[in-house]
Design a protein around this ligand. Structure first.
Ligand code: SF4
Ligand code: FES
Length: 248
């Protein structure tokens, strides 16, 4: 395939940035989107030019490192896949592909297509854990009965990989889907109930401090989420928050 890539280039957070056009040839349908960018970068390096910076790690859809707004959609046109799992067969010979970083005030551009998603780490640090007594009297987790439905729902919420596509998809750059998945993961389990009141308040407070917008129920986050995290988690987080704040 022969393609035209229009890629956002930005030297650092203070640089204004601009779109740069790169023609590319010899792209196979079986290549992943990131492999296609590898081909481009090899060409740029061979020409003595600066390669395009982009995030990646596992390249198998589990780490949440890859990102990219591809033709206006986080992780590109396919549903339930990350950019590293998107294949070039989803595009046609002669296509023009516009590649930008995830855009949100709380995700500043580091360089080119890399954004700083440290805000998610700080939300997680504000309450995305359970405190465990490690004095030697710790109860084995498997000895605590968990309702099957709750266990499944909790597991589904825990599949959030923290990629940030939900924020990039949202017109308000809201982080409600991410935060609610992390809240739900614990709220559904007996182990998580002990700190539930503080957890939801602390995580929501941190989410607001980071500058993410509010949820206005458009649902773009759920559609673009590569892990199919459900909007039901947002409803659950709202209930948890109302209950926590009414307790004072
Ligand atoms: S909720 Fe989905 S889109 Fe948002 S960070 Fe988690 S996996 Fe990514
Ligand atoms: S590189 Fe790990 S999810 Fe894409």
């Amino acid at each position: 395939m022969k393609l035209t890539l229009k890629i956002w280039r930005q030297e650092n957070a203070n640089d204004k940035g601009k779109m740069v056009t790169y023609p590319i040839d010899g792209i196979e349908g079986d290549m992943s989107f990131l492999e296609m960018l590898d081909v481009l970068n090899e060409e740029l390096i061979n020409k003595g030019e600066d390669p395009v910076e982009f995030d990646h790690d596992c390249r198998e859809g589990i780490c949440g490192a890859c990102s990219l707004q591809i033709n206006g959609e986080p992780h590109g046109p396919d549903r339930l896949v990350t950019t590293c799992q998107l294949h070039m067969r989803s595009f046609n010979d002669g296509d023009t592909i516009v590649i930008e970083p995830f855009r949100a005030k709380a995700f500043p551009v580091v360089k080119d297509l890399i954004v700083d998603r440290g805000a998610f780490d700080r939300i997680q640090q504000a309450g995305g854990y359970v405190s465990v007594n490690t004095s030697g009297n710790t109860i084995d987790a498997n000895s605590i009965p968990v309702n099957k439905h709750d266990a499944d729902e909790s597991f589904n919420a825990a599949t959030c990989i923290g990629c940030g596509a939900c924020v990039a998809a949202c017109k308000n750059a809201s982080a409600m889907l991410f935060t609610s998945a992390k809240v739900s993961q614990y709220a559904l389990l007996p182990q998580g109930k002990i700190e539930a009141t503080e957890r939801v308040q602390n995580m929501v407070r941190q989410m607001d401090l980071e500058g993410f917008g509010n949820c206005s129920n458009t649902g773009a986050c759920e559609i673009e989420c590569p892990k199919g995290i459900s909007l039901e988690n947002i409803a659950r987080m709202n209930r948890e928050y109302m209950s926590a704040t009414s307790k004072g």
